[in-house]
Design a protein around this ligand. Sequence first.
Ligand SMILES: Cc1ncc(COP(=O)(O)O)c(C=O)c1O
Length: 347
Amino acid sequence: MDALVRGLSLGNEAPSFAMWRWQEPRIESARAALARMFGCDPEEMAVVRNASEALETCLLGLPLKAGDQVLATDQDYPRMLTALRQRQRREGVELVTFPIPTPPRDARQLVDAYAERITPRTRVLLVSHVINLTGLVMPVKEIVALGRRHGCEVIVDGAHAFAQLPFTRDELGCDYYGTSLHKWLFAPIGTGFLSVRREKIAGLWPLMAAPAEMDADIRKFEEIGTHPAAPHNAIVEAVAFTEALGVPRKAARLRYLRERWMSRLAALPRVRFLTSRDPALSCGLGSFALDGIAVEELGRRLLEKHRVFVTPIVRDDFQCVRVTPSVYTTLAEVDAFCDGVERIARA
Ligand SMILES: Cc1ncc(COP(=O)(O)O)c(C=O)c1O
């Protein structure tokens, strides 16, 4: 926040010299820091404004023709599905969505759900690294490998994964990865990245036009006109903070907090979990339902009576409350949440 505020003041008060000569070139420091953390070359890292910008660049910018199919689950983020539906209306590219078990038995079930639906017309798979509705961690590595075997591009939505879970680009093997940085990296709102493997850059159109000389330059995805440099420069501070914590330690703490409330609520007869407790399929986010009480009502009582804010998720296929502690959440706070659910369950 301090870096953001300082940068905003400078950019808006000083002559444009400051923005163009001092501030904007520092995007290269953010690029280098993010590339180091993600495990790619800086020339494969575009600094953008959020996951939506990163992923819509891929979803709208890959050259596809009428009749080509894109596969996505019906739990992928609504904005991404909206982008694909617009492409469907505009160009006749077909979006095929399918349900996934909630919670799944194992990773295999999720990979099979994609594999069963691949046809000779499938060109692109969209996969969320972490499903925002329940916190399910998807087997991205296996889905990327599946896509590669079938000659499909695989776009990974990492909005909830980057800086929550430890991984590198090469562990996943992916070519396209987009994320926001205001969630788990704690960078300012209005920051994200799009990483595109070097040999794929020229084949992906940017959302905003760039000159032909930039065709193979990752910076073509940053051609957005005048914008504040302060948010992207503050990313450097957020990376330093996260590296000091260490993402593996952060993930271990988040799993510990999730297990603390889940193991306690598991003793309540009416509780059902919609997130697997298998550490391979989950990290900090968890979701549950309390049979006999609507999730909106559960959320309302937790907030009004117990001062705990959770996210009620209401869909046709399932309802749950998503619980999202972070590294600053204390054990006393997690226990207070459990006390609240227990009281509601017994009422
Ligand atoms: C899985 C997932 N993808 C994409 C997004 C979009 O992120 P943003 O609004 O920061 O662009 C979100 C936001 O919550 C998300 O949870």
